[in-house]
Design a protein around this ligand. Structure first.
Ligand SMILES: CC(C)(COP(=O)(O)OP(=O)(O)OC[C@H]1O[C@@H](n2cnc3c(N)ncnc32)[C@H](O)[C@@H]1OP(=O)(O)O)[C@@H](O)C(=O)NCCC(=O)NCCS
Length: 190
C-alpha cells in the first residue's frame, strides 16, 4: 500500500484489492455512469450479477491481479489483469476510473503499477480490448502502442509491460516516472 500524489496535488492510496473490499468495490461501481460502465464492460446492461461480483473481487494477485485506488470518500478506481491460459506471458488488461475522478492521471498510475506487478509474475505484455467509440481509452492506448487488430466494434491493443518498450511520448514518459516512483515506494503484495 502507498500514498501517491496526482498531478493536481490530491493524495490517493493505491493497494491490492482485498476480499474484504466487496462493499468498496460495489460503492465505486455505483458511482460509475452508465456510459463508463458500458465502455468498461462492453454491454448496455449495467447490473452486476452475484457471480460477476465474486469473480471480480476474488483475485489471487498472480494470475488475476486487481489494484484499487482509494480517496477519503472511498474506492475511485480499479485496474486488473487476467493471465491468458493459452499465452501465459500475456494478460488481459482493464482499467476503470469513476467519472468524477477521470482525467487526473489515475489510469496512468494504475497502469504503471499493473505493469510492474505483471513483470514480477512473468507477464511481458498486456492485451486490451477497447470499443471503437471509447475515445479516452483509445487515445491512451494509441499513445503507447499500435492496435493489433479490429475485433467487431472494438480494437485489440497489445502493449509491453516494460515502459521502456512503449511508443515514446508524454504518456510513456509519465508511466516511466510512475514506474520509478513505484519501485521506490510500492509493495504490490502489501
Ligand atoms: C479510460 C479511463 C480508464 C482513463 O482514465 P483516466 O484516469 O481519466 O486517465 P488519465 O487521466 O490517467 O489519462 C491517461 C491518458 O488517457 C487519455 N485520455 C484520458 N481521458 C481522455 C479524454 N477524455 N479524451 C482524450 N484522451 C483522454 C490521454 O492520452 C491521457 O494522457 P494525458 O493526460 O497525458 O493526455 C477512464 O476514462 C475510464 O475509466 N473510462 C471508463 C471505463 C473504460 O473505458 N475503461 C477502458 C477499457 S480498458
Amino acid at each position: 500500500m502507498a500514498r501517491f500524489l496526482l498531478d493536481d496535488g490530491t493524495g490517493v492510496i493505491l493497494r491490492p484489492l482485498r476480499p474484504s473490499d466487496r462493499e468498496a468495490f460495489l460503492g465505486a461501481f455505483r458511482k460509475l455512469s452508465d456510459r463508463s460502465c458500458y465502455l468498461r464492460f462492453h454491454k448496455l446492461d449495467p447490473r452486476l450479477r452475484e457471480r460477476d461480483i465474486a469473480y471480480l473481487t476474488t483475485v489471487d494477485q498472480v494470475d488475476h491481479v486487481a489494484l484499487a485506488v482509494f480517496a477519503p470518500s472511498g474506492g475511485i478506481a480499479l485496474g486488473r489483469f487476467v493471465r491468458l491460459p493459452e499465452e501465459p506471458a500475456t494478460a488481459d488488461l482493464t482499467l476503470t476510473v469513476v467519472d468524477g475522478w477521470q482525467r487526473r492521471g489515475i489510469a496512468k498510475l494504475l497502469l504503471a503499477a499493473l505493469m510492474a506487478r505483471a513483470r514480477s509474475v512473468g507477464i511481458t505484455s498486456f492485451t486490451a480490448s477497447v470499443l471503437d467509440e471509447n475515445r479516452p481509452a483509445r487515445t491512451m492506448m494509441a499513445a503507447i502502442a499500435a492496435p493489433l487488430r479490429r475485433e467487431g466494434s472494438s480494437w485489440l491493443y497489445r502493449l509491453p509491460t516494460d515502459p521502456a518498450l512503449l511508443h515514446p511520448g508524454p504518456v510513456a514518459d509519465a508511466l516511466a516516472r510512475r514506474d520509478a516512483e513505484l519501485a521506490r515506494r510500492f509493495t504490490p503484495n502489501g
